[in-house]
Design a protein around this ligand. Structure first.
Ligand code: F6P
Length: 464
């Protein structure tokens, strides 16, 4: 039994099957699981996460799903349930809904197949509820992370009203018109599920406002809400960036770029990140300000994500094709040849951190994004007084755009506007760059992941 239980879809450890059939442990991937892992350290906290396939289930059966200093509780679900809950509902429906990504003339289609998947999502939430109900001490605090668990709040409230459960959403929350795309009964079940939590937290006020607006539009009372942006762990990040691997990556990147200016980005390969429009803005910059041709390279690192989803594969293909087309159109051959876009689709953390450290401009232009931790990590690491060009639709915008804080804002849909912002950033005088970079560092250092976690615990405590 435990007084505090953390719940997330992805845990700190997963397994894959090696070529010889052995189970190979893979440490946490993605911003959330790795931030949580660092935060919880060896605190002994109980952490419930869901098995992601046969290798994980086999590891659980063999007693391998353990992590020093943590009390890992794997929630075992079968492949069909996991695919329906994670792929179809969480990542293809709720993710698209909360990020306003639906291509409405074609998607979504709520047919009998989708309804079967919704059943799977319910079963997945129930499987987690069973584990929490069985493991939570009387009056325990349950800290639930993300949109995979929209129904868990109500399930826990019904079965264990003594628990204090907090849901923290790492994505935006849909505006009422977009939530209205879901079938009425599904939207109602989702709002009811979330209303079962003692409190619901968000990275910024904008997503909190959309959440409460959805309740107002549905004519029901919203649960208690709070805003608690995540911050990077400056010490850990700086140590990582100073490692021999990152130093070597920086040397090799500098050599490859031969002294040219750098517009960098580092994201998951993800439709919400708006990588294609970022490249089109770079192309427009080269057309409208030809003085930058040969002088600047767009270094775009996009590491693979959610490869089981056709939409992600198609988006990745579009990114690759766009980079190739622009390179073909503008690139120059010869000994000092210039390749305008340096695209890497590998998961190479050292090279990504090196790019953040060296960049003159960091382009972060998501169409909608819960926070975007890279928008905070970049300014922290950057050693060139780099300018941050940041979408108004990233949750981090609220913190990094306040008076004097220094990010240049862009509308993520406005390719020409983004091209102009890139030009402004590249052409900015050194004192102004330094002032903005200093302001950004100060804003980022104002909050750490420890503050974020403390806010969740405070939200779980009985309110006076
Ligand atoms: O940003 C939302 C989020 O769920 C994060 O919490 C997570 O780090 C990231 O997306 C990756 O998600 P997944 O675990 O599906 O790869």
């Amino acid at each position: 039994m435990s007084d505090t239980i953390v719940v997330s879809n992805r845990g700190p450890l997963t397994f894959r099957t090696g070529p010889d059939g052995s189970l190979v442990p893979v440490p946490a991937g993605g911003g959330l699981a790795s931030s949580l892992h660092r935060l919880l350290g060896s605190s002994g906290t109980m952490w419930a996460s869901v098995t992601m396939g046969a290798a994980d289930r086999e590891a659980v059966a063999r007693g391998l799903m353990t992590e020093d200093g943590l009390d890992l509780v794997p929630v075992v679900v079968d492949d069909d349930t996991y695919r329906q809950a994670y792929d179809v509902v969480a990542n293809t429906t709720l993710w698209y809904c909360h990020h306003h990504l639906f291509d409405l003339p074609h998607r979504p289609r709520f047919d009998r197949h989708w309804r079967a998947a919704w059943e799977g999502y319910r079963a997945y939430n129930r499987a987690v509820a069973d584990v929490v109900v069985g493991r939570a001490a009387a009056g325990a605090t349950v800290l639930v992370q993300d949109y995979h668990f929209s129904l868990l709040g109500r399930m826990l409230a019904e079965r264990r009203p003594d628990l204090r459960s907090v849901h923290f959403l790492h994505t935006p929350f849909a505006a009422p018109a977009m939530l209205g795309v879901l079938p009425d009964a599904v939207a109602a079940e989702l709002l009811d599920g979330m209303a079962g939590y003692s409190a619901c937290g968000f990275h910024c006020r904008k997503w909190e406002a959309d959440f409460t607006a959805c309740y107002a539009a549905a004519g029901r009372e919203a649960p208690r809400t709070f805003v608690a942006p995540l911050g990077p762990d400056a010490g850990v990040l700086e140590e990582e960036a100073a490692s021999p691997g990152c130093a070597a990556a920086a040397v090799s990147l500098r050599t490859e770029l031969a002294g040219r200016r750098i517009i960098a980005r580092a994201d998951r390969m993800e439709p919400s990140k708006n990588i294609v429009r970022g490249m089109l803005a770079f192309e427009e910059l080269l057309l409208t300000h030809p003085e930058w041709r040969g002088e600047v390279v767009h270094v775009a690192f996009a590491y693979p994500s959610r490869q089981g989803l056709a939409e992600y594969l198609a988006y990745g293909a579009d990114v690759v094709h766009t980079a190739e087309r622009i390179n073909h159109m503008f690139g120059s051959g010869g000994a000092d040849g210039w390749t305008p876009i340096l695209l890497s689709v590998e998961d190479d953390r050292a090279r990504s951190l090196a790019a953040l450290t060296l960049s003159d401009v960091l382009l972060i232009n998501p169409v909608r994004d819960g926070l975007n931790l890279v928008a905070k990590e970049g300014p922290l690491l950057n050693a060139a007084d780099g300018v941050l060009v940041l979408s108004h639709e990233a949750g981090a915008w609220e913190e990094l755009s306040l008076a004097g804080r220094g990010a240049l804002g862009v509308n993520p849909f406005d390719v020409s506007g983004t091209a102009e912002a890139l030009h402004e950033a590249l052409a900015m005088e050194a004192p102004e760059r330094a002032r903005r970079a200093g302001a950004l560092r100060e804003a980022v250092r104002a909050r750490t992941s420890v503050d974020w976690w403390a806010d969740q615990l405070a939200a779980a405590a009985p309110q006076g």
